[in-house]
Design a protein around this ligand. Structure first.
Ligand SMILES: *Cc1c(COP(=O)(O)O)cnc(C)c1O
Length: 371
């Protein structure tokens, strides 16, 4: 699905030097690379505060911890997402309210979000799934109207641009009150272990988030909040500093590969290729097709036999997971699209090192299956 080794070989000299510098100077935790990377990422994102942490799941958890929410508060999340988004909500005693997505872009259906808002709703969590932004214009409108927090899960869409109707452009993850991302190796900006970060424009909130990520510590041995221990280690920050230089290139490579797939697959009637929204760029964390005729699992198996890996993100809706069935509630508009997508989506290999030959082989094999 990804080819991280070939990517590494191309930047090996820089990465090896960065890591060996850390090994030599010995500041394995909170070394200079951590703050330097945070500042470089902040500049890339347009100047927001960047608080690094240990992984994307922690980023979400710390974000929720920073907002002073009360047990039972309702948090609107898409039913079609990675488990982490809703997991931290449950962990903190908050109530995930699962809302259906639009089959066209796999993101929150805004009409359904509106109808899911109650007097207990305190936040909306748009997940920019597969690399394309949710409808942030409408998310912000609803948040303003009802006084809700907006926490963006940008783990799959770091680097995407969102275009507002007034012509302004913002980076995904810097639009709501807080943005949360992951540097898991296969993410668009990945390190060689675990890592994550939290974004906000609010300086006071940033200070609180920073404390919560460090045992709620205001200054040494003075603890203002109940916090967690969640750090991006120096080696991972040194890797990310190098990879951030190539991030624009990496996004372009994914977008190019997506266009090649589009061309090769667009004439197959049985599949739907990923739709592009006018309001957002797509950074293609995943290239996810939808199979119309109920043969998704057969196609997956056929491709596997021909040596082509594919993945189903996500096979089971959150409400059908044992862990969530008791604690979440389902929006009254139902989860029809989510249910269908879980049975019909298939993500094809996409990464920075794809070549056309591989893609021609993959597309040809998909065609063979349908013929
Ligand atoms: C990867 C991912 C996360 C969690 O990130 P980790 O670093 O693995 O904890 C959260 N949300 C989404 C949508 C993700 O894709």
């Amino acid at each position: 699905m990804v080819d991280l080794q070939t990517q590494y070989q191309k930047i090996k000299a820089e990465i090896d030097l960065a890591i060996s510098n850390v090994l030599t100077h010995g500041a394995y935790i909170n070394g200079a690379d951590v703050s330097e990377f945070s500042e470089l990422l902040s500049t890339y994102l347009g100047g927001c505060k960047v608080i690094p942490c240990a992984n994307g799941t922690d980023a979400l958890q710390i974000a929720f911890m920073s907002l002073g929410l009360q047990p039972g508060d309702e948090i609107i999340v898409p039913a079609f997402t990675y488990v982490a988004t809703a997991e931290v909500i449950g962990l903190l005693g908050l109530k995930p309210v699962l809302v259906d997505v639009d089959a066209s872009d796999f993101n929150l259906n805004m009409a359904h979000v509106r109808s899911a808002i109650t007097s207990r709703t305190t936040a909306i969590v748009p997940v920019h799934l597969f690399g394309q932004c949710a409808n942030m214009e409408q998310v912000l409108e609803l948040a303003n109207e009802y006084g809700l927090y907006v926490i963006e899960d940008v783990a799959q869409a770091l680097g995407a641009d969102y275009y507002f109707r007034d012509g302004s452009i913002k980076k995904a993850g810097t639009i709501g009150h807080i943005g949360c991302t992951s540097f898991f190796p296969s993410k668009n900006l990945g390190c060689y272990g675990d890592g994550g970060a939290i974004f906000t424009d609010d300086e006071q909130l940033a200070a609180k988030i920073k404390m919560i990520a460090n045992h709620g510590q205001e200054r040494k041995y003075i603890h203002k909040y109940i916090g967690v221990n969640s750090r991006l280690d120096t080696i991972q920050a040194s890797v990310l500093k190098v990879k951030l230089k190539y991030f624009k290139e990496y996004i372009l490579a994914r977008q190019d590969a997506a266009e090649v797939y589009d061309r090769l697959l667009s004439d197959i009637n049985q599949i739907v290729i990923p739709n592009r929204n006018l309001s957002s760029t797509h950074v293609f964390h995943q290239y996810t097709i939808t199979i119309r005729n109920g043969l998704r699992d057969e196609l997956k198996k056929y491709l596997e036999e021909k040596g082509i890996p594919t993945m189903v993100y996500y096979p089971v809706p959150l409400n059908e997971q044992e862990a969530f069935s008791k604690i979440c509630s389902i929006a009254s508009s139902g989860l029809e699209q989510t249910k269908q997508l879980c049975n019909s989506v298939l993500s094809l290999p996409i990464h920075t090192e794809m070549n056309q030959e591989q893609q021609i082989f993959i597309a040809g094999t998909i065609k063979d299956f349908f013929n």
